[in-house]
Design a protein around this ligand. Structure first.
Ligand code: HBI
Length: 96
């Protein structure tokens, strides 16, 4: 089990992420990623899927053509945890 982040921990973590937005109602972070076309978007999703499966933590996401919307929260904790921050960082790294 993992604890939800406190407001202070969340604010510090968000500063180190790239363009992730906090949604208070969901206690989650989200990011809309845009690509050249579907192939690029799906390639990105494949890479995220491998990281997610390896770490045992998974995104809530949707794809529409060249756009991928990713929402991260920890279902087991009922909100944002360090696991979401780690996955967000790994996703940011995929894009570098
Ligand atoms: N992914 N986002 C998210 N939140 C979880 O709580 C979660 C998960 N992936 C796997 C997972 N939990 C499992 O560890 C447990 O449900 C067993």
């Amino acid at each position: 089990m993992v604890d939800k982040l406190t407001a202070k921990q969340r604010e510090a973590a968000l500063k180190r992420l790239n363009g992730w937005v906090y949604d208070e109602a969901k206690d989650a972070i989200h990011h809309v990623f845009k690509f050249k076309d579907f192939s690029e978007a799906f390639g990105f999703m494949s890479r995220v899927a491998l990281v997610a499966e390896k770490s045992g933590h998974h995104p809530d996401w949707s794809n529409s053509y060249n756009s991928v919307t990713i929402t991260l929260s920890t279902h087991d904790a009922g909100g944002l945890s360090v696991r979401d921050v780690e996955l967000a960082k790994a996703i940011d790294t995929i894009l570098v």
